[in-house]
Structures are given as structure tokens and as C-alpha cells.
Design a protein. Structure first.
Length: 164
């Protein structure tokens, strides 16, 4: 996990070092500049925003069994999503909460809602306007992987990011 964070940070520093112009603020590197999330490239004309999101950020995060708390990996993905949304100020997204097949329909709808809201709250804490984020729970109604085993269940305990 630390290596992944360090790699992302190192990549951001490399990109910043390659910039040919300074920021309008006039701050030079090392002069009180704060660490900010890396900016995302603009989407290429061939890609839809949804495809761009999937390639540059990823379009889902995963949860543990009967859990709605964010893992470190999920937080890292949501940080990339926040940077992606910041560089595209008109984009709105829907966070879809999903569950595996175990549990009642009602329980899984509530759990899916908690999962979507957990990601939404984290994005808002990162500075994304809450008005740009919708949530919906599908519970166990839309499995990504069919099967009644841990591998299938793990892939179905997720939030999916959908560009509106």
C-alpha cells in the first residue's frame, strides 16, 4: 500500500517537474506550495467520459463482507476520482452500491446504500461538490459475477462509478 502511494506521489512529482510554465500564483516549487492531487489529462476525442474514467481512474471500488467502510485501496481510487472530477467541473456521477447474493433483499439494499454514501462522503471530504454526486443502491439485484463462492461474492461487493 505504501509503495502504491509512493509510486503515485513520485509520478505526480515527475509530471510537475516536466511542466514548462509556472502556476499563475507565482509560487516556485518548494516555496510554500502544498501537495495537491495530480490533475488528470483531458479525455481524448475517441473516448467517452465513461471510458476515460475507467482507464484513468477505475470505475469501481470493493468492500469486505457486510462492510461499508473504505479500504486504503478504495480511498486511493476515490482520491483519483476526486482529481478526475476536479479537472472536469461539469461532470456528474452516480455511485451505485452493490452487494453479493447473501442476505435479504431489504438488507442488501440498505447495505448498498451505506456503501454508496460512504464513497460519496469521502469524495465530499476531498472537496467534490455533493451536488455532482448521486447515489443509488441495487443491493444484490445486479451481480457483476454469477456464482455462489467467495470469488464471485468479492467481485459483487462493490460501488460502481457511472458518468451521468
Amino acid at each position: 500500500m505504501r509503495f502504491k502511494f509512493f509510486s503515485i506521489f513520485a509520478a505526480a512529482l515527475l509530471l510537475a517537474a516536466c511542466a514548462s510554465e509556472t502556476e499563475e500564483s507565482g509560487l516556485q516549487v518548494g516555496e510554500g506550495a502544498t501537495t495537491e492531487a495530480p490533475t488528470m489529462p483531458e479525455p481524448t476525442p475517441e473516448l467517452s467520459l465513461q471510458e476515460d474514467l475507467a482507464i484513468n481512474v477505475g470505475d469501481r471500488i470493493f468492500f469486505g463482507f457486510d462492510r461499508s467502510d473504505l479500504t486504503g485501496e478504495s480511498q486511493a481510487t476515490l482520491q483519483k476520482l476526486a482529481a478526475w472530477m476536479t479537472s472536469r467541473p461539469t461532470v456528474t456521477i452516480t455511485l451505485e452500491g452493490h452487494c453479493d447474493e447473501r442476505g435479504t433483499r431489504e438488507y442488501n439494499l440498505a447495505l448498498g446504500e451505506r456503501r454508496a454514501n460512504s464513497a460519496r462522503d469521502y469524495l465530499i471530504a476531498l472537496g467534490v461538490d455533493g451536488g455532482r454526486i448521486n447515489t443509488i443502491s441495487y443491493g444484490k439485484e445486479r451481480p457483476a459475477v454469477l456464482g455462489s463462492n467467495e470469488d464471485a461474492w468479492a467481485q459483487n461487493r462493490r460501488d460502481v462509478f457511472v458518468v451521468n
